[in-house]
Design a protein around this ligand. Structure first.
Ligand SMILES: *Cc1c(COP(=O)(O)O)cnc(C)c1O
Length: 431
């Protein structure tokens, strides 16, 4: 720190006392050979200790490894249900399995339409295609990056069976608009809460508003057991159907299913990881709020807006919009490269899901062609243009949740690196 400060003072003797804002900014960008704002690593993920090791060993020694023989799955379901305030919880093998079981429970199949946002992980789309239903994309909102809820009603037809709003990054989609529209048209809502553990809408947990809420416990997620998921519901009939759907129809003689079962190993890991979740969520939230206050001061860095009803954001990701016009036209890819050189691991996020090649392939597959006319498919492809989302995909920048698990000074360095890149944007454009 001292040597850095001294060097900076030599380079810019008139600067005042704000050492942490001047040492990096005054110097050359790291991408052009200067000194990086930061060389330390951000907190590692996952976080674990002996608690996890002992929990796993206990399952091994018990010899009870699946959900019907052991007690961990049941305990996790009760604990997670209580934590979220949901009446029923079914742990599954993945978030994808949770979503697909929900669609199966609702009887979604060939001929149905399902509404989803185009700015989400591929699984939200895949489960719809797996049921041979039609995915109908509703455009994103530029400020939040979430589904533009005001455009949902216009996308509903007599074939619409479900809406899957995604609480992307932990930021809750506009449920005040979505729920009444769904109710009016008698369409089910499946909340994709795969990124929103402990997120809240009007002080109630995300995932408890829809017919189901579907969580993921995959390795990158804020609650992690390697691979895993859960379905929340308050409806006993839906609970029974979801259970059947995820367990080869078990418990019923009226419904078949597939197998998306969680194991005792995963549930034991989840119970251990759950002991850290609330504290980690608090840390992320505090750091994210501080980061937002810092980034608001930088022209061209626009932190993603949250809906007013989102009373808690899980910050699985920290999302912002990058306006290159405020950075001398520096393209986003180069902005990210310059940030990486400064020691800040920012990423570019999702591409437009409505434009992926496998969607076209699926819609023109033999199975789809038997169910839908080529005119229907052509009309769907016309409806699925999402021009705002194209901008979201081109302009958004992400930081992952582990970046928010460290200190306030980490947030200051993120802001400092962005200011430094901005200050030298002209040189970086031409470099
Ligand atoms: C992770 C994720 C999923 C899928 O969860 P898996 O556990 O990986 O199957 C679905 N939707 C979103 C938005 C996700 O982030």
């Amino acid at each position: 720190m001292n040597t850095v400060t001294r060097r900076s003072l030599l380079a810019a003797p008139a600067v005042g006392l704000a050492a942490n804002t001047m040492n990096g900014e005054a110097g050359k960008p790291a991408l052009l050979g200067g000194k990086a704002v930061r060389t330390g690593r951000f907190p590692a993920w996952p976080v674990f200790d002996q608690t996890e090791e002992e929990a796993l060993v206990a399952v091994v020694r018990s010899g009870k490894w699946n959900r019907t023989s052991g007690a961990n799955v049941k305990r996790f379901e009760e604990t997670y249900g209580r934590l979220t305030g949901a009446k029923f919880c079914i742990a599954t093998s993945s978030g994808t399995g949770a979503l697909q079981s929900s669609l199966a429970a609702l009887g979604v199949g060939p001929g149905d339409e399902v509404i989803l946002p185009p700015y989400t992980f591929v699984a939200t789309l895949n489960v719809i295609l797996n049921m041979h239903a039609l995915p109908v994309f509703v455009d994103s909102d530029l400020e939040t990056g979430l589904i533009d809820a005001h455009k949902i009603e216009g996308a509903i037809t007599e074939r619409t069976a479900a809406i899957i709003p995604v609480h992307l990054a932990g930021s809750v989609a506009d449920l005040d608009s979505i729920l009444p529209v769904a109710k009016k048209h008698n369409v089910a809502v499946i909340e994709d809460t795969c990124q929103s553990h402990l997120s809240e809408w009007r002080n109630r947990k995300a995932g408890t508003y829809g017919t189901t809420g579907c969580f993921s416990f995959q390795a990158s997620k804020n609650l992690n057991c390697g691979e895993g998921g859960a379905i929340l519901t308050n409806d006993e009939d839906v609970y029974r159907k979801c259970f059947a759907a995820h367990y080869n129809g078990n418990m019923t003689d009226f419904m078949h299913g597939t197998k998306f079962c969680i194991t005792e190993f995963q549930a034991a890991m989840l119970l251990a990881q759950l002991t850290r979740l609330e504290q980690q969520a608090k840390t992320r939230e505090q750091n994210a709020q501080y980061l937002t206050s810092l980034l608001r001061e930088i022209p061209g860095i626009i932190p993603a807006r949250m809906h007013e009803g989102c009373t808690r954001n899980a910050y699985h990701l920290y999302m912002l919009r990058y306006d290159k016009e405020q950075f001398a036209g520096l393209p986003r890819a180069k902005f990210l490269k310059a940030l990486h050189a400064e020691g800040i691991p920012a990423g570019s996020g999702y591409g437009p899901l409505n434009k992926v090649k496998y969607l076209k392939n699926a819609l023109h597959s033999r199975g789809y062609q038997r169910v839908y006319s080529s005119q229907e498919i052509a009309q769907l492809e016309e409806r699925n243009h999402c021009p705002v989302n194209d901008r979201v995909c081109a302009e958004f920048v992400w930081l992952t949740q582990n970046v928010l698990l460290g200190k306030r000074s980490d947030m200051e360095q993120i802001a400092e690196a962005m200011r430094k890149v901005q200050k030298h944007a002209g040189e970086l454009v031409n470099a």
